[in-house]
Design a binder for this molecule. Structure first.
Ligand code: KIV
Length: 268
């Protein structure tokens, strides 16, 4: 799709929303380790486990019809050894993913090559790397200086050489994202990295306006679902208290003759 059609990517973690993403024609569903924050309530992605990622991947794969399904390798599932990386990427594929994503550039190229060599497609992820930079630097735009731009370009090239089929660029300056997108042959997927990437990814809770803890500047809210959901739940509570719910149409009745017979029997 590179240079032909922009690629739409959205995170998915559960069957219900994944079914809607697939029905909407989203190109790639990413089971991101952001699940740790938006689904499990952690402050960052570091605590997410392989078992949790496999469970989210299985749920999304049951919903998937057409979209490509990419699953994140969680923190410390690939950093300690290539053997870990192979075993854990295999687990995600067995859980239903078509491909895996991992964070890191030059430092991860050898690991990426090993995973690709056993036949598992890999998506790279450079720029802000929440699994590690969140612990030291926090949310900080990457690639604003010449040195950091050069490092990012080298990261992207090393991932391309290692065989990734695509690279996520998270919170990089627009200019670096444009240079990388023009330089590498694989599609770049931006998140907070400007319009020149080959595709865009957003966390679905940000897009639907459902996650209130952090509101990233780069995310566009297409609706305010948290307000709508809160209002609906308040209406539901009111209806229960007033007796407006359940109404006749929400209930089931007995056969009239059976009811009469029952009343007679109970009465006698
Ligand atoms: O975990 C995630 O949601 C991600 C995207 C932000 C790219 O990695």
């Amino acid at each position: 799709m590179k240079r032909e059609k922009k690629i739409s990517v959205v995170t998915s973690y559960d069957y219900t929303l994944a079914s809607l993403c697939d029905r909407a024609g989203i190109d790639v569903m990413l089971v991101g380790d952001s699940a740790g924050m938006v689904m499990l309530g952690y402050d960052n992605t570091v605590s997410v486990t392989m078992d949790q990622m496999c469970m989210f991947t299985q749920a999304v794969s049951r919903a998937r019809r057409d979209a490509l399904l990419v699953s994140d390798m969680p923190f410390m599932s690939y950093q300690a050894s290539v053997e870990d990386a192979l075993r854990n990427s295999g687990r995600l594929i067995k859980a239903g993913a078509d491909a895996v994503k991992l964070e890191g550039g030059v430092a991860m190229a050898k690991t990426v090559r090993a995973i690709v060599d056993v036949g598992i497609p890999v998506m790279g992820h450079i720029g802000l790397q929440p699994q590690t930079t969140m612990l030291s630097e926090g949310y900080k735009v990457q690639g604003r200086t010449k040195e950091s731009a050069i490092k990012l370009i080298e990261d992207a090239k090393s991932l391309e050489d290692a065989g990734v089929f695509s690279i996520v660029l998270e919170m990089t300056s627009r200019e670096v994202a444009q240079i990388i997108s023009e330089t590498v042959s694989v599609p770049t997927i931006g998140i907070g990295s400007g319009a020149d990437c080959d595709g865009q990814v957003l966390v679905i809770q940000d897009l639907l306006g459902m996650y209130e803890k952090i509101r990233p500047k780069f995310a566009k809210r297409y609706m305010n679902l948290s307000d709508d959901i809160t209002k609906s739940l308040q209406d539901y509570k009111k209806d229960i208290e007033s007796g407006a719910f359940p109404a006749g149409e929400n209930s089931f009745s007995m056969n009239k003759d059976e009811l009469e017979e029952l009343r007679e029997q109970i009465g006698s």
